[in-house]
Design a protein around this ligand. Structure first.
Ligand SMILES: [Mg+2]
Length: 300
């Protein structure tokens, strides 16, 4: 693949966004946001924020948010109720929908399977808008080479019968999965893999029974969310639209922090004590579906 920024119109926004950095770490011990579980919980929150004629940007993660986490990510599918609701929402003229995932673009689009939706893959490094314009974060040849080397080393060292880890290749990034590795081997393996990843200039990021292996760039799902909102609505969008973001993982915290004060964000977690930058925490994929259903039933 020849990395490039395909659309010049993104350049100014892109340059300003790469200058943004995450500056406020979570502060342990502070009061954490409300934990939402039921349809009534969702109704109580959204009915205070959204009026039927509001312009709404609905942004969401995929795995663990619109589809349940599976032991092998190959098995994860969009929740049928989520798909039903999204298919109705993409037809609404005052609702924009975008899905921002760690999956490669082609895989994400295939699993969601909805037209008229903006997709962003590889943690925001690839974006395809509904008008077919595309954004690709520029990756250097050296980064590609290091990614290939890392994959070979990880496969040779860890993908064995004794330690059944596996490496997912996402073209410009990797994921090291250790869900089926015996628990007593995991801690040392995580430390070893993380050190190796850093040695090749990549960043190891904890995920669900996995290590996301990301290229050394200042770009996240949060940057992608801002680029999408600026592209669709122009600067000053926060004064004119209601933005919702839902996600379940560490990488979603970047969006939750960067949209703080400008969006209503939901962190899905089964841990009601989890520290988060989100406006609200919520329990599960089912609760995320309640959000989608609420929008279907309460907006025009
Ligand atoms: Mg997720």
């Amino acid at each position: 693949m020849n990395p490039c920024v395909k659309c010049e119109l993104f350049t100014a926004v892109f340059i300003s966004l790469v200058c943004l950095t995450i500056q406020s770490p979570l502060i342990v011990g502070t009061t954490q946001p409300e934990y939402l579980i039921t349809r009534d919980d969702i109704h109580a929150v959204l009915s205070k924020i959204i009026k039927p004629d509001d312009s709404i940007a609905l942004l969401s993660d995929f795995d663990g948010t619109l589809g349940r986490i599976c032991p092998n990510p190959v098995l994860t599918a969009i929740e049928p109720a989520a798909k039903d609701a999204l298919e109705q929402l993409v037809k609404r003229s005052n609702i924009f929908t975008g899905i921002i995932s760690g999956r490669p673009m082609a895989d994400l689009r295939k699993r969601v399977g909805i037209d008229n939706c903006t997709y962003s893959g590889n943690h925001g490094m690839e974006i395809v808008f509904t008008n077919k314009t595309e954004f690709h974060y520029p990756i250097t040849t050296e980064m590609y080479a290091n990614c290939t080397k890392l994959k070979s080393i990880l496969m040779a060292k860890y993908v064995t019968n004794a330690a059944p880890a596996w490496v997912e290749d996402k073209n410009i990034s990797l994921v090291f999965h250790y869900r089926f590795v015996p628990e007593h081997l995991q801690e040392a393996m995580i430390a070893d893999v993380s050190e190796l990843v850093r040695k090749y200039g990549y960043n190891p990021v904890p995920a669900h029974a996995a290590i996301e292996i990301k290229p050394p760039v200042v770009w996240s799902k949060g940057h992608a969310a801002l680029l999408i909102l600026n592209e669709i609505y122009g600067s000053g969008w926060e004064k004119n639209i209601r933005v919702i973001y839902m996600g379940d993982d560490t990488s979603d915290e970047d969006v939750m922090e960067m949209l703080k004060g400008k969006a209503t964000t939901f962190r899905i977690t089964d841990n009601p004590g989890l520290e988060t930058h989100a406006t609200y925490r919520m329990q599960s994929v089912d609760t995320a579906v309640f959000v989608l259903d609420w929008l279907v039933n309460n907006t025009n």
